[in-house]
Design a protein around this ligand. Sequence first.
Ligand SMILES: [Zn+2]
Length: 188
Amino acid sequence: MTRRESLKFFLAAGIWTALKGRVNAAQPTSMKDIENLQKNWKALLAEGTKLPLPSEPLKLSKEEWRKRLDPTQFNVLREEGTEPPGTSPLNNEKRPGVFVCIGCNLALFTSDMKYESGTGWPSFFTTIPGAFGTSTDYKLILPRTEYHCIRCGGHHGHIFDDGPPPTGKRWCNNGVALRFLPRDTKKS
Ligand SMILES: [Zn+2]
């Protein structure tokens, strides 16, 4: 590519990104912005998508979970395992959309809540309200806040205090525990 061609390419890419809108949505700066992201999360859902509510619990036996999930998913969700860093394709997922629990389809995060933490795990600075419950675990001796899907109880990750402002939180999520539903289902 010549310099002029590459300049044209980057200009076109910039216009395309601007047209696509939310791809590079401004980072939230206040807790009011965060509240708005939480309140308006359904705007990132593809039209006509039906998802379960947090108030409809899904309880299955260990054996039923084993059948429903693959061994890696089972290890994370039902045995509080951790996937190796850098292994999830969702690390690079930047399209507008919603992340749901792979165990039960509960909506957990939107693309607007995701950021690049550099840790090798999909990371979010806030969540869809009411999606998770938390507990303290001592697996690494120092106490950590574990969080799990409020609907199926599946373990998803841990919360750390090194996230970006204004929340300062990093919800460090195992990619195998998530399924991504792009908002724009038609190929663009
Ligand atoms: Zn779940």
